[in-house]
Design a protein around this ligand. Sequence first.
Ligand SMILES: Cc1cc2nc3c(=O)[nH]c(=O)nc-3n(C[C@H](O)[C@H](O)[C@H](O)COP(=O)(O)O)c2cc1C
Length: 731
Amino acid sequence: MTISIWRYSHLALAVSSFLLLTLASITGIVLSFQPLSEKILPYRTEGFSETTLAQTLPLLRKQYPEISELTVDKNDFVQIKGTDAEGKKLVAYIDPKTGKILGYPTAKSEFFEWVTALHRSLFIHETGRFLIGLTSFLLLLITVSGTMLIIQRQRGLKRFFTRIVRDNFAQYYHVVLGRLSLIPIFIIALSGTYLSLARFGLIETSKVSSEVDFDAIKSAPVKDPADFDIFKKVRLSEVQSIEFPFSEDPEDYYTLKLTDREVTVNQITGDMLTGVKYPTAALLTELSLDLHTGRTSGIWAILLAFASGNILFFIYSGFAMTFKRRANRMKNKYTADESEFIILVGSENGSTFGFANAIHQQLIAGGKSAYVTELNNYKVFPKASNMIVMAATYGLGNPPTNAAHFAAKLEKHKQLNPVRFSVVGFGSHGYPDFCKFAFEVDNLFAKQQWAVPTLEIHTVNDKSPDEFSQWAAGWSQQAGVALNISSGLLTTRPETPQELTVVSKTAVSGPGESFLISLRPKRRAKYTSGDLLAIYPASDHRERLYSIGKVGDDIQLSVKLHENGMGSDYLYCLNPGSVISARIVGNDHFHFPQNAGSVIMISNGTGIAPFLGMIDEQSANSNSRLYCGFRDQASFALYKASIQKNLEDKKLGSLHVAYSREGEKQYVRDLLAKDEAFVADTLKNNGVIMLCGSLSMQKNVVALLEDICQTHLGKSVSYYQSHSQVLMDCY
Ligand SMILES: Cc1cc2nc3c(=O)[nH]c(=O)nc-3n(C[C@H](O)[C@H](O)[C@H](O)COP(=O)(O)O)c2cc1C
């Protein structure tokens, strides 16, 4: 069954029973103190468990000639009934070894009697008993569905007790305490259900009485009761009650009601007259009562109180989770058919809707027609020009329930016009398949003819507002749509701009060509190749991001000069000695891997920038390869010398350059296709593939990687993406 079916059953069962369950749990907690209050009374004697009837019965009969009954209760207190020497009624707790009176039973606590009645029947007799029985049964089903949810969450039965990733307070403790109190709650529910079935006669529990054959009763040989075999064998701990013979006639006998059978014993000869085992159903009723009330063990009673307390917490935390999920549901102003911006959400617990709604509101506030819906509602959106997919990942890298049908729908419904798309993955590094579903979605989009990437896929770990606003800033820039990311809906980045001095800059002959510019931070700054530099060409909120290559102590950027390009114009106009204000933005997901066996770096055009720094930072004998694509030899010339030097110093293992307008006219994809066995081996041996450059290059390379992964490794490329073996930073 899918996670949704278990979740909806769990929720539906909880909703239908929570009022009665709350009442039963509160009264259950109170009642668990009843056995504890009884067990502290001083009527349990030492050596009780070993004392046999042979030691007790003759002694008691001598001391209390008019004794009629002995009972042993669930606290192991021995009580006798009869009349004393003066003929007065006697009911007392005694020491079974000496016959000494230890105390007298008092009337049951009215308070506990009242709570018991409420717990059992809500003071409405049979109707109440039925409702409480039904609640027990629903609790049983809730426990089963809850167990299934934990198994799914923990990704299998074997990992049931492994670490739980902490999401939020209610969710975390719902699962942690759920695992801890699963067994006691299951027992409470099962025993409660059983007792109700027995109470309504749906289970036959009556005990069969002994049928004594009076004609066969013997009156010889006369034996001392202390020598009766049966009395020597049976211990007090096995006894529920004993009826003494009414007179000394041989026809009057002992009736021993033991825990598992009823036995009658000839009072003269000690012969066993009858022995009847109780039916299993009756034994189960006793066991259910013991387990449900905790009457036999103080420790169990405390455990029951703990479990009942947990049920109350589950009711609270379960509803807290549900309300949180619902609070984030979407509200649309425009219809799907009239909207230009479509936000598709894959979410299990609702938090992703919170992020989606923030963007949705800002688009609406900016006068755009925007529509937010679940990924499962994907269809043809006739007016769409932009799609944003925000998708969480669950289980073994699976889609959330509301995105389970997305892949099939994407194949079925082709958009009528080109649509720009951007995928934001929500996940947690606490799980091995980080954002795997989002990577799959991004790769599926990349295969669609009509789909044009706005940005490369962006991931958000543990709902980080910072990582999300990083995406929002990038998307706003690329899509040309203003988003007020400091509106309070999204938090802004904490880093303040700092000053950098231009150290050097290469020259170009005109737009379309690339140049290198090196900058040195005035203050000490922590950064590495792969991080980003945000510059503010117009000294306003608009920022432009460039990939950093750390070469020596300087930040080196590789920039293509665009005709009227705001960022590139600004940078190209700088001269050595100029000072600019910029912000270094950490980009942890695109750092050179420290422990990978081998690394393949793939770039086109200025995407080579971070790799220039990464290669420069390596020590000799680096197990790395660079595949880079350029238009022609002239475009590569800018980088050739430094790469050649690093090759000689063995900081780079090998270099593979593709020229798209010269010679064989090929792309990096073609070079990689030739080395597909090496690419597959790299991934197989935990190596890493890094991509930096244009989104169209990314689209082509990822499609090739998908083929290679499927053919050689039997897995999808999204598996390697989610395990940080395929890293991308494209624009
Ligand atoms: C049971 C469970 C399983 C998860 N499995 C994964 C996973 O395999 N990979 C991942 O990156 N994140 C995983 N996550 C983290 C969620 O994807 C992440 O917290 C996301 O922000 C939740 O979004 P939502 O509240 O919209 O469902 C899991 C979370 C939970 C509670």
